[in-house]
Design a protein around this ligand. Sequence first.
Ligand SMILES: Cc1cc2nc3c(=O)[nH]c(=O)nc-3n(C[C@H](O)[C@H](O)[C@H](O)COP(=O)(O)OP(=O)(O)OC[C@H]3O[C@@H](n4cnc5c(N)ncnc54)[C@H](O)[C@@H]3O)c2cc1C
Length: 129
Amino acid sequence: MLAEEERVLLSAHSIQVIDVPIVSIENHNGQMHSLQLTDGERVKREGGFVASDSKQSAPFAEKLGCQMTKNAGIETDSLGRTSVSGVFACGDTLGGPAQLVLAAAAGSQAGMGVIHELVQEAFQEKTSL
Ligand SMILES: Cc1cc2nc3c(=O)[nH]c(=O)nc-3n(C[C@H](O)[C@H](O)[C@H](O)COP(=O)(O)OP(=O)(O)OC[C@H]3O[C@@H](n4cnc5c(N)ncnc54)[C@H](O)[C@@H]3O)c2cc1C
């Protein structure tokens, strides 16, 4: 749902907003040419984007009590640490853009986070001897 200020902005750029649900996307040989709306109107369009919501498909982070983002991702710091001690997260589970390069980078960061924590743990164990 668009906020009023977003509607004003779109209108200022001569972008029409139609709130009527789409019944079907009509095509010729697989090439989209129009949208059939529920009110009977047919709107000519040659392309479009689909806006989708993301939801977390793996339930374990929430079950462990990890803080989640508003995009249903797992909240982490720059080293992949979640709000639960000893639990790290990276990749698509963070709920950001789903891209291989970002997932790999977050995995590398989380790896550094794990090493950092293990080294600190070993250091503290030796200190308490
Ligand atoms: C159709 C499609 C096309 C894409 N095209 C591109 C593209 O062109 N370029 C690009 O950069 N990105 C693309 N992506 C996104 C990219 O694939 C992901 O961002 C990336 O794979 C995320 O890596 P990941 O390691 O976080 O998750 P994944 O690669 O999804 O790996 C997660 C792994 O965890 C396993 N798993 C899940 N649940 C459990 C569980 N409960 N226990 C144990 N294991 C579990 C899964 O089986 C999987 O092997 C595409 C994604 C899709 C779906």
